[in-house]
Design a protein around this ligand. Structure first.
Ligand SMILES: Cc1cc2nc3c(=O)[nH]c(=O)nc-3n(C[C@H](O)[C@H](O)[C@H](O)COP(=O)(O)O)c2cc1C
Length: 512
């Protein structure tokens, strides 16, 4: 009997079943054409499950990672702890376990040779001006022939004909470098694409790390990573995925135009020249659940890469700050602000000097654009709190840092020919410590605690200058009207005074 990892625990279908039971899935039982799907997907904050899509009646899930709450659910933590939890998991390596083909759920159905027909898969038109039909949910797996490094990423797949695809290998990536090296050697690059994956595998795929990225996926899962060898290309890919597309990128290099395609910037990405991918096998589960990922649109928090990359950005920010000996109270990479473009950091007991260090360190990263630093009394996950701080905590003359000619994230619409952009930092921290002046103290509802012993009003006033609430506590009332009336009697007798904080006190007796 093989001692194998649990291959149902990270199955996409099972994760979706959990979302359904939480009422977080919009389910379409009615027939939906493939080109209608994107409008349905973008039209709801929930995930979407089509039970009867296209003429074949495909079962397709979408938007699985279209909210921070769903990503948090995948990790089993609160939404504010996503970055911290992934950073914690990455510190604990997990093994890759090779599963024999007979035990791999994704090898329940195997099609090779003439049986491979990509036109039988639910490639669909996702955005009005896309250059063709896409599967957007592919996670790619390959191994660098030169170094042996295992690499994982996400790449979109454009239908070309029944046995070939185009993919986008234009932007800087480790797979692009591996592909260029294999083209130089005159060799194809064998790659397997998993389609239908657990949300944590997408997050793991978005890291670009100098480590074994197959094992990195296991670390993000916090479990051994079950992988099965491709039947035609020998490439390891997740044994518990819904479907695998095996094959290789053509050794002739960049030969055909791919795109346009609705992109993560909230704009279309243009056509560019890309390689052809030859499909040599399709393997899948008997009851395969297809998947599509919402990629480009107007509603950025519903775009799935916004959340995947937000998690990656938070891990990167935590590491960068740790390298500067800074432990932030909270970090938030805002998903609606396009990948990495707005980073918020809350500092507890921070200084202006520390806020400056945070801004400089994070703007120096080649991916960020805006960095906002707050005191930890501001909830950086709340748009209302952030707008308040921008109004009431920002001294525009001193709190804004503008830097020019820094490396920006790729395809930034404002980048110059060297990829450089302008960046901005906001220091929204205060210079006040434990007892700020009243004028910069944030009002809160009263919170009274019982005083023991209770005092009469005169004794309470004799104990020193007191806020009104302190007089209420000391005299043992949760009403206060009788305190007002009694204070007025002291006032009428000429005994009452106030200090500069508005506290009540007895008049100082003059000894003269
Ligand atoms: C849903 C999704 C689709 C993506 N599609 C592409 C793509 O088609 N081409 C690309 O270069 N990067 C794409 N990316 C970004 C890469 O997956 C990401 O940069 C990854 O870290 C690259 O991995 P690598 O550097 O290890 O090869 C996509 C990301 C997501 C989340």
């Amino acid at each position: 009997m093989d001692n194998l990892p649990d291959m149902e625990k990270f199955r996409l279908r099972n994760f979706v079943a959990g979302l359904v039971s939480r009422g977080d899935v919009s389910i379409h039982e009615e027939p939906v054409s493939l080109s209608e799907m994107s409008a349905h997907i973008e039209g709801t904050p929930a995930a979407t499950l089509f039970r009867n899509a296209g003429p074949e009646g495909f079962e397709i899930v979408a938007g699985v990672l279209g909210s921070r709450a769903r990503l948090a659910a995948a990790l089993g933590v609160g939404e504010r702890k996503i970055g911290v939890e992934i950073a914690r998991r990455l510190a604990a390596p997990q093994p890759v376990v090779e599963v024999p083909s007979r035990s791999a759920p994704v090898h329940q159905v195997i099609k090779t040779g003439d049986k491979v027909d990509l036109a039988q898969l639910p490639f669909h038109l996702q955005h009005q001006l896309d250059g063709g039909l896409y599967i957007s949910s592919a996670i790619d797996f390959c191994t660098d022939a030169a170094t042996g490094k295992n690499n994982v990423g996400c790449r979109r797949l454009m239908l070309r004909d029944r046995q070939t695809l185009r993919s986008n290998l234009t932007n800087p990536s480790d797979m692009k470098r591996m592909f260029l090296d294999s083209v130089k050697r005159g060799q194809p690059l064998p790659v397997s694409f998993a389609v239908g994956s657990h949300p944590l595998d997408f997050v793991g795929a978005c890291f670009r790390a100098p480590v074994d990225e197959f094992a990195l996926l296991g670390a993000v899962r916090a479990a051994p990573m079950p992988m099965v060898r491709g039947v035609t290309n020998g490439v390891l890919a997740p044994a518990d995925a819904e479907m695998i597309i095996e094959g290789h990128f053509d050794e002739r290099g960049y030969t055909e135009m791919e795109g346009p395609y609705g992109e993560f910037w909230g704009y279309y990405g243009p056509m560019h020249i890309d390689p052809v991918f030859h499909v040599t096998a399709l393997t899948m589960r008997n009851d395969v659940l297809h998947q599509t990922v919402l990629h480009g649109g107007r509603n950025m928090p519903r775009m799935e890469c916004s959340h995947m990359m937000s998690a990656v950005a938070e891990v990167l920010v935590l590491k960068t700050l740790r390298d500067h000996q800074i432990s932030p109270a909270a970090v938030y990479a805002v998903p609606s602000a396009v990948l990495f473009q707005q980073i918020r950091v809350a500092l507890s007991g921070g200084s202006k000097e520390q806020a400056k260090t945070v801004i400089d360190a994070l703007l120096d990263l080649p991916v960020t654009k805006q960095v906002l630093v707050f005191d930890d009394d501001v909830d950086i996950f709340s748009e209302d709190e952030v707008n308040w701080a921008l109004s009431a905590r920002l001294d525009v003359r001193r709190g804004i840092v503008i830097k020019e000619n820094l490396q920006g994230f790729y395809a930034n619409p404002f980048a110059d020919s060297a990829g450089n952009i302008g960046k901005i930092g906001f220091d929204l921290t205060t210079t006040f410590n434990a007892s700020p002046p009243l004028e910069v103290t944030r009002p809160t509802p009263p919170s009274l605690v019982d005083s023991n012993p209770r005092l009469g009003l005169r004794a309470a006033l004799q104990s020193g200058p007191r806020y009104f609430y302190e007089l209420m506590q000391q005299t043992g009332t949760d009403d206060g009207r009788e305190v007002s009336l009694s204070l007025h009697e002291f006032f009428e007798r000429g005994e009452l005074d106030r200090d500069e904080h508005g506290r009540w006190m007895l008049k100082q007796r003059s000894n003269a």
